[in-house]
Design a protein around this ligand. Structure first.
Ligand code: IPT
Length: 963
């Protein structure tokens, strides 16, 4: 006998009601969210006696609904990227199948006025079997989709009702849900009873609202499942459902200007409220347009995630995402890789975001079996696949924000994708289709790919991509618009070279933008034995199979604070571009439809980072796509290096931000710093204590600096190592970390070859080299006394031998006392910058504590470098410390621990201040790139082993504490 269970069935539940739109109806609903009774088991085949009304669940525990049981102490979260955490034997799943039994007792409110009553489950991961008052109602499949049942005949009024649900973690559906995220189970979206009127119920309502950009006319057709009147008071519409209404003039909906009209559909027994947005999506002449305007997606891929709640988001979480996106110049979101909570889509309609709504389908792990048995290409799975598409499209069809449907993610190619596309074209011809993985584009309307190099994207922009074998398909694809479904993998420090991609999207019409991977780090809040909080990633819950911190690859940290990558993205996505134009300013409007009347242009003149003057620029109105030259006011004379910073800020509150919110900025250099005359050099003295060069006391034996004024100093030592970034480690790209480590760059040998004392200089010659090779870096330190409190240092580095790889970085490291805790600098800031990141940072004067200079990546790695620094001070609370400056800008990194400790740490809580303030001054870093999943560092941002110089001046401030 074959034991096959209900959750291994290959058909959608026959008892479920047909999919329909998510409607805001005046018919009553009763939320069953809250605390339920719960029992956890390791297998799914336990007795189902708990479904009986009289069952005694006193021994059970409480669990909130909606929630994931793993985040409430039952079972454990597990993370895999592509590999299924069970054997591939579709549709069978393991006997070890974590199972949650749920019970909820409720009373129908008095006067529950329902002809029929539906039980609606918003999302259950992954399959459930449901009983009401002891009778089986049906089953669910499709974790991120709604299932409804008619429970009218089972409900009791006047006596408590008992709802019992068995949820299994693994089901046939799990084979279709191999998204790169935590495996988290349970009833994670709301459960409701939904009243339906006995007659003329508006179970389903479909809105088609188009806009003719040539005439400004709107078209509206609302169909309903019962005879009804459609009313849009603002437009004077009062029509029968099904009637086609033409409106002389409407304001169109767009992500920039999300105009919605309140409408109602009334059948006499029920009224459904709608928010109608008029817009027409089309592919015209190879371009994806809305209202005749080609789109440029400045987008992100968004998973639903919260560090405590997993995918069970609250409305506040969803609103936070939308507001953060709007505030960071993001205009589009791909709902990777499943339909989100419907409330999120309402927020996208309201605040304005273009949406690619993606089906809950991913079979990625079959690549490990060379796609043998891929459910997306197996006829037995067709019904389940099409069911998922149908349920998404029916639920979400009325959202103006959704402009593309996506068939799913990473499911190879195959017949069921074609069947899903067929069904969709038939039922919603108003939106084009996207699916990234079938590169033939057989079933879709737009060409899309992920993680392409800049060169490959450019080739597509020029329609010069490598051809498909099938000439007809190739010609069809070559005429399609291109969307970069995933790019700029935002894992850890990075992503690099965002600008290069954006420049291409803006240059070639065919390139209609893309979606950065991904919105948020999926780090789960956890704490160490001694109570320090950190964010857990794959492996932290004892998983045998896992993909480590690949789950933490977002633009937001898990607690939704923006990472440096998000700030860079905001800069790259600016809808207004400002640049020097002679002695004026060119202001270019990059919006699709908006003019610039909502912005105020504030200017600020700073010299050496200090304010000299400010004002507001008079910018004439500039229509979308146009630009204008603006004269700058006559600026006062300044001393030192001066910049004018112009900031375009919101002139008045918008729904998504307050007046004053910065939208775009630019900085114009107005005066360079005059090079000061070289100071006279003082003499070098040798004594029994060592060699004295100005404020510096050196060890005569090894030429190392021991004291700077009263401060004990360790170093300097030549520094080439950096704690590898996720992009250096590159789990899915070209990894430099193993190259660097095998070369021994993480444990170089330092030798002092000569300590030469001259009248006016101390010269220390060193040879720094990896073990077991003849490669080396010759570093020569020339120290001069520029005063009693000022020490000059010139570091010259000469590589020896055929260095075949770039260096991680090149600089010198000083250990200072940890009483120096404050850092002020004049350079780029306030955030971190590497050669191909840090676009968000402007030149200015900034202050941070050493603690606040660290960027808390979920997985510790190189971070916190400030670039283009002209001078910096590292001081204690009393102003004593060290000032560093140089004739040329340098990189500055200040840490309370060594690079080696950062390199060893697995979580930020592993890092402990070691009693020093470690100061690294660098001549360069290797770029960042995005090889954690995608291309490496572009040639312009490599750091080759080449002759280099670093000229510095160390100035002792206040009185150092001897010691
Ligand atoms: C791609 C996936 O679509 C996405 O879900 C995520 O896993 C991303 O990569 C990496 O974080 S697939 C990739 C292995 C090319």
């Amino acid at each position: 006998m074959t034991v096959s269970a209900w959750y291994e069935a290959l058909s959608p539940c026959p008892a479920a009601r047909p999919a329909r739109a998510w409607c805001d109806s005046d018919a009553e609903t009763l939320s069953l969210d809250g605390l339920w009774r719960f029992r956890f088991a390791g297998r799914a085949d336990g007795p189902t006696d708990f479904a009986a009304t009289e069952f005694d669940d006193a021994a059970w525990t409480d669990l909130p609904v909606p929630a994931h049981w793993q985040l409430h102490g039952h079972g454990a979260p597990a993370y895999t990227n592509t590999r299924y955490p069970f054997p591939l034997d579709p549709p069978r799943v393991p006997d070890e199948n974590p199972t949650g039994d749920y019970r909820r007792v409720f009373d129908l409110p008095t006067g529950w006025a329902a002809g029929r009553t539906l039980l609606r489950l918003g999302g259950v991961d992954s399959a459930a079997r449901i009983w009401l008052n002891g009778t089986e109602v049906g089953q669910t499949t499709g974790s991120r989709l709604v299932t409804e049942f008619d429970v009218t005949d089972l409900l009791r009024s006047g006596a408590p009702n008992v709802l019992a649900i068995r949820v299994v973690q693994w089901s046939a559906g799990s084979y279709l849900e191999d998204q790169d995220m935590w495996w988290l189970s349970g009833i994670f979206r709301g459960v409701d009873l939904v009243a339906r009127p006995a007659e003329d119920a508006l179970d389903d309502v479909t809105v088609r609202a188009g806009y003719d950009h040539r005439t400004g006319a709107g078209t509206l057709r609302v169909t309903a499942s019962a005879p009804a009147r459609v009313r849009v008071p603002e437009l004077g519409v009062d029509a029968a459902a099904g009637e086609f209404v033409t409106l002389q003039h409407v304001e169109p909906w767009s992500a920039e200007s999300p105009r919605l009209y309140d409408a109602t559909v009334s059948s006499g027994t029920e009224t459904v409220r709608l928010r109608v947005g008029f817009r027409t999506v089309a592919i015209t002449d190879g371009l994806l347009t809305v209202n005749g305007q080609p789109l440029l997606f400045n987008g992100v891929n968004r998973h639903e995630f919260h560090p405590d709640r997993g995918r069970a988001l609250t409305e506040e979480d969803m609103l936070a995402d939308v507001l953060l996106m709007k505030q960071h110049n993001i205009n589009a979101v791909r709902t990777s890789h499943y339909p989100p909570h419907p409330r999120f889509l309402e927020l996208c309609d309201e605040y304005g975001l273009w949406v690619v709504d993606e089906c809950d389908l991913e079979t990625h792990g079959f690549w490990l079996a060379e796609w043998r048995g891929n459910p997306a290409d197996d006829a037995r799975w067709e019904q389940l696949c099409v069911d998922r598409m149908r349920r998404m499209v029916e639920r979400d069809k009325n959202h103006p924000s959704i402009v593309l449907w996506s068939l799913g993610n990473e499911s190879g190619s195959g017949r069921n994708l074609a069947a899903m596309a067929r069904w969709t074209r038939e039922h919603d011809p108003s939106r084009p289709l996207l699916y990234e993985r079938d590169w033939s584009c057989r079933d879709v309307d737009v060409y899309s790919r992920m993680y392409l190099t800049v060169a490959d994207v450019e080739a597509i922009g020029r329609a010069a991509e490598a051809p498909l074998a099938d000439a007809a398909l190739d010609a069809r694809r070559r005429a399609m618009p291109f969307i970069h479904a995933e790019y700029a993998h935002a894992m850890g420090n990075g992503p690099g070279n965002l600008r290069e991609y954006q420049d291409l999207y803006e240059k070639y019409p065919r390139l209609q933008g893309g979606f950065v991977w991904e919105w948020i780090d999926h780090g789960l809040r956890a704490s160490t034995a001694d109570g320090q909080e950190f964010y857990a990633y794959g492996g932290d819950f004892g998983e045998i199979e896992h993909d480590g911190n690949f789950v933490a690859d977002g633009l937001l940290f898990p607690d939704r604070t923006p990472s440096p990558g998000l700030l860079d993205l905001k800069k790259v996505f600016e809808p207004v571009r400002m640049s020097a134009d002679g002695d004026g300013l060119r202001v270019a409007n990059h919006y699709g439809v908006r003019d610039l009347a909502h912005l105020e242009f504030r200017w600020l003149l700073e010299a050496d980072g200090q304010e000299v003057a400010r004002g507001v620029l008079d910018v004439p109105d500039v229509t979308a796509g146009a630009s204008v030259r603006v004269t700058l006011p006559l600026l006062p004379q300044t001393r030192g290096e001066a910049f004018v910073t112009v900031r375009a800020v919101l002139a008045a509150d918008e729904p998504w931000a307050k007046a004053g919110q910065e939208v775009a900025w630019s900085q114009l250099a107005v005066a360079a710093d005059p090079i000061p005359p070289a100071p006279a050099r003082l003499r070098v003295h040798s004594s029994a204590d060592g060699i004295q060069v100005g404020p510096g006391l050196f060890d005569a034996r090894d030429g190392r600096l021991r004291h700077l004024g009263g401060f004990a100093v360790a170093g300097p030592t030549l520094q080439v190592w950096r704690a590898p970034t996720d992009n250096d480690r590159a789990p899915h790209g070209e990894a430099l970390e193993p190259v660097w480590r095998s070369l021994g760059l993480d444990h170089l040998r330092h030798r002092v070859d000569a300590v030469e004392v001259a009248d006016e200089a101390l010269v220390v010659r060193t040879r720094v080299a990896p073990v077991g090779t003849d490669l080396a870096l010759l570093a020569t330190y020339t120290w001069t006394a520029l005063g009693d409190d000022r020490l000059g240092l010139a570091v010259a580095v000469e590589p020896v031998g055929p260095w075949a790889c770039p260096l991680p970085m090149l600089g010198v490291l000083f250990g200072l006392p940890d009483t120096l805790t404050g850092v002020e600098w004049f350079g780029r800031g306030p955030g971190e910058s590497y050669p191909d990141t840090g676009l968000a940072n402007r030149v200015g004067r900034f202050y941070r504590t050493v603690t606040d200079l660290q960027t808390p990546y979920v997985f510790p790695q190189e971070n916190g470098r400030r670039a283009a620094v002209r001078w910096a001070t590292v001081t204690d609370g009393q102003g004593a410390g060290v000032r560093v400056s140089g004739p040329a800008p340098f990189g500055l990194t200040v840490r309370p621990w060594r690079t080696e400790a950062l390199d060893r740490a697995a979580h930020p809580t592993d890092l402990r201040p070691d009693g020093h303030t470690w100061l690294t001054l660098d001549a360069g870093h290797h770029g960042i790139g995005s090889a954690s999943c995608g291309p490496g560092v572009l040639p312009a941002y490599l750091l080759p082993a080449a002759p280099a110089r670093l000229d510095l001046e160390l100035h002792v401030l206040g009185q150092g504490d001897a010691g």
